[in-house]
Design a binder for this molecule. Structure first.
Ligand code: CU
Length: 351
């Protein structure tokens, strides 16, 4: 009997404790779910303040088949230089090569199965080596890999050597929405998914439309500094061939350059919790003039346009920024300029 009690005690220690933990566990994720509307509230508030600053601009309409899935098999059409290069590599080099190799191997297998089956070939050959054949089947794959390596490494090099950034956007993943900060423009956005009926009314794809889009000028090199406030998310826009993890406590960097105006959609690409599937991304690419109007409508300011508002850039100390500027450009005039314009100092600090 005593042993039974002991066993029960041990079972309780090992079994019940995890059971309590499991029972408690759903409560934690449940809490954010319950506060999800509350999380959306700041977005509305931010939107309201932004709208108060200047009249809201009409939103660019999405184009079916561009920057969004359209039911096709394969890649979306690409609208960035890296995307075009990668698309060419995939469609012109990799896919034909994979198809040829697969068909060749299939044909070989079929030939062996039919030609050398027991009925057609009752006394099999006892050969075990064929030097010529062995050299050929070693060298040919090596040559194929060398041929693939050239455009592959070139693409990789292009991806990791972006042109000078025209614009920096800090992208912050949250459970379950995105935040976009434009440090050089003093614009901060919270981007939540649009309800399905609203998206439909606006002619936007379901579960991809958002209330606040990331807006960038066409042709500009956009540097993305990507991080997260809670768990690992991943930011990506297929039509720009851009995708990178958003990791808490870490600043990941990527970039893109949109080659045409329009609306381009993406989603979170890392399983990040219950509403992972409901934190889409929408990037609106506009003309530079329209971008400037949008920045003004959001209460921000274009870098270098008039006296900057000091409240927009609280963080970087002028001495550090001036030091950076000195290191980059020894001319004293630039140091003064960098220290005087918070937008420039901020750019220097994020670089
Ligand atoms: Cu996510």
């Amino acid at each position: 009997m005593k042993t039974l009690f002991k066993l029960a005690a041990i079972a309780a220690a090992f079994g019940l404790a995890p059971a309590t933990a499991i029972a408690a566990a759903p409560a934690a994720p449940a809490a954010p779910t319950a506060t999800a509307p509350a999380a959306a509230a700041p977005a509305d508030a931010a939107g309201a303040t932004a709208n108060a600053a200047a009249p809201a601009l009409p939103r660019t309409a999405a184009t079916p088949g561009i920057g969004q899935p359209d039911g096709r098999l394969g890649l979306q059409d690409q609208f960035s230089p890296i995307g075009e290069e990668a698309y060419w590599f995939h469609e012109v080099i990799l896919m034909p090569l994979i198809t040829i190799i697969s068909l060749f191997v299939l044909a070989l297998l079929a030939w062996v199965v039919i030609r050398y089956r027991r009925g057609a070939n009752p006394t099999p050959s006892r050969n075990t080596h064929n030097t010529t054949l062995e050299i050929v089947w070693t060298l040919v794959p090596v040559l194929i890999l060398v041929v693939i390596a050239v455009p592959s490494i070139r693409l990789l090099a292009h991806q990791y050597s972006p042109p000078e950034a025209d614009l920096t956007v800090k992208v912050i993943g949250n459970q379950w929405y995105w935040e976009y900060e434009y440090p050089d423009h003093g614009v901060n956005l919270i981007s939540n998914m649009m309800p399905e009926d609203e998206a439909e009314a606006a002619g936007e794809p379901r579960q991809l439309a958002v209330d606040e889009r990331m807006v960038v000028p066409v042709g500009a090199t956009v540097k993305l500094i990507v991080t997260s406030n809670d768990v690992i998310h991943a930011f990506g826009v297929p039509a720009f061939w851009t995708k990178i993890d958003a990791v808490p406590g870490r600043l990941n960097e990527t970039w893109f350059q949109a080659t045409r105006p329009g609306v381009f959609y993406g989603v979170c690409y890392e399983l990040c919790g219950a509403r992972h599937g409901y934190m889409p991304i929408a990037v609106e690419v506009v003309s530079p003039e329209r971008f400037a109007a949008w920045v003004a409508a959001k209460g921000g300011q274009m870098p270098g346009a008039g006296p900057a508002t000091p409240t927009l850039v609280p963080a970087p100390s002028p001495t550090v920024a001036a030091g950076d500027a000195t290191a980059a450009t020894p001319a004293p005039a630039n140091v003064v300029e960098a220290a005087a314009t918070p937008a420039t100092t901020n750019q220097a600090a994020t670089r």
